[in-house]
Design a binder for this molecule. Sequence first.
Ligand SMILES: Cc1cc2nc3c(=O)[nH]c(=O)nc-3n(C[C@H](O)[C@H](O)[C@H](O)COP(=O)(O)OP(=O)(O)OC[C@H]3O[C@@H](n4cnc5c(N)ncnc54)[C@H](O)[C@@H]3O)c2cc1C
Length: 408
Amino acid sequence: MTAIETVEEFRTRARTWLKEHMPPAPSPLPASDEEFAWDRARELQRLLHDGGFAGICFPTEYGGLGLTADHQRAFTEESLPYEMPLLLNVPTLSICAASLLDLGSEEQKRAHLPAVLRGEEIMVQFLSEPRGGSDLAGLTSRADRDGDQWILNGSKIWSSGAYAADYGLCLARTDWSVPKHQGLTLFLVPVHAEGVTVQRIKQVTGSTEFCQEFFDDVVLPADAVVGQVDGGWEAASRLLFHERAALGGASPYSSGARPYLGGEADRLFDMAKAMGRLSNSGVREDIGEARAMNVVRDQLIAHVTQAITTGALPPAAGAIPRLFSAENGWLQTDTALRIAGADGATYTPGAAADTETVGLDYLFRAAWSLAGGSTEIARNVISERVLGMPREATGDRDVPFDQVPHGR
Ligand SMILES: Cc1cc2nc3c(=O)[nH]c(=O)nc-3n(C[C@H](O)[C@H](O)[C@H](O)COP(=O)(O)OP(=O)(O)OC[C@H]3O[C@@H](n4cnc5c(N)ncnc54)[C@H](O)[C@@H]3O)c2cc1C
């Protein structure tokens, strides 16, 4: 048996390789609504793969390195000064590929995971629907059996990056005669299949990264099912576990910097310094609080991840760092705007202080308490499934779905 490379050996090897092969991190990062940004991410992922640094925590039989979360953390720390395919972290690697690893058939894993790790397949999530995303089990997109195949109809929305994707993990209703959680199935849907229409949505920030999809009689083969037919809720629960870990910054399948949450303490410090505001005690306190929150975030992620791994906390505890990350995202974004003041809205290129994205981050900040399930739902998960408090009352949990009024 070959001895596993220690974390420090791996770190040293990664440091040398990164320095030789990866370009310096661009500033600002390219926007995720630009097609070239996705092409660039595919190229960078291929570079990591060919250099032997892709999929650090994915098993070797599916193209990964089969190493530990500590190896991944060391690589991430070393990678921070370099350009990395961060767009592929969420949802492709840390949510979709991670879910496929847990739930997919051997054929699905062998067909897709190596391709994802080579940067050849981008995967997104088709979960939320126009009628609402929090009540995921109440969705109304449908897949009907037709011999060995399935026919998919309906619509999904808020799908991040779907316009640049190859596959979407899509939850659809396959049995209407049973209560809502029991009649769902997860499918791997080719985004370019006949009958799939992807429309981009323009946000208040101007970004067009979000998409809405329409499925019109999309034919899916039997092997598009991920997990069990009508076992979609169990599959979705696993997917949501990975989503909370990814959004909370705790996923071992993300490589490189965490999702950017609107401001980091060093950036706040640099901005205040460039604007001559460091002598203001209120500004110094704000920066201190932002820095302390980031330290707490990192500790919380480490603590909860460890507790889930050892079984001291249930997987649903992933909602704790996910909730904290959202609250912290708001705090960092608001702090940045307080420091930047009017410059946050009127940035001029070449200005001494980097306030370019402060105003847009502020407009986007509500997204951090919705993406990956809202903070209210995260609080429900924590109270019901971590603390064991009584479940929220619902009228439709045990009623066959075709008897539930849902505005079809
Ligand atoms: C940045 C971003 C990226 C996203 N990416 C994707 C993606 O890739 N794929 C995808 O499928 N979806 C995606 N989403 C959608 C996201 O999952 C939904 O926004 C989220 O689940 C909430 O659903 P909703 O927006 O329909 O709000 P609703 O479900 O309509 O809820 C509206 C409000 O009511 C509150 N609420 C609802 N039910 C309860 C309850 N039982 N108790 C207390 N409060 C409640 C919610 O917290 C929320 O504040 C993304 C969203 C964002 C912001």
